[in-house]
Design a protein. Structure first.
Length: 149
């Protein structure tokens, strides 16, 4: 059975998302699902699964649309911005603001195309790449790291 998140992100038509995004931009209230308006249903479904994982692992996190980054970011009351979901044509990246400092014994986190010094990404191409334990570990470590500041 589809969850509310899957329904919101994965099942809306591109036309409906574009129309809603256009109306929200005028109102200054762009929503996370609007970031996904031009993406294939398979990408929207991956985003929905990652979003659910973030919200389940960090229930205090708030979700925000970042149109300039073309991403959906997550903020924690104490840690601030700690991660974001960045859809692209064929994959989704789960980015960690201070990913370079996170424990990564299996070397899963990748540097982005901008070659930034601190941000690192998990690259998600299919649902099998969403490994619950690894994602939960990265999310918890990101919150702990940022809560110490």
């Amino acid at each position: 059975m589809a969850t509310l998140v899957e329904t919101r992100y994965a099942l809306q038509s591109k036309a409906d998302l574009r129309k809603s995004a256009s109306n929200s931009k005028r109102a200054g209230q762009l929503k996370p699902e609007h970031i996904l308006s031009d993406h294939a249903p398979s990408v929207r479904k991956l985003v929905a699964q990652l979003s659910k994982r973030v919200k389940t692992t960090v229930p205090d996190a708030t979700e925000h649309a970042y149109p300039t980054w073309h991403g959906i970011g997550y903020r924690h009351p104490q840690a601030g911005y700690f991660c974001g979901i960045f859809p692209s044509k064929k994959m989704v990246k789960l980015g960690f603001e201070y990913g370079v400092l996170l424990p990564d014994p299996h070397k899963l986190l990748r540097q982005g195309s901008t070659k930034g010094r601190k941000v690192r990404y998990l690259e998600i191409v299919s649902a099998k790449d969403i490994r619950k334990g690894q994602i939960v570990s990265f999310l918890r470590a990101a919150i702990e790291l940022r809560s110490k500041d």
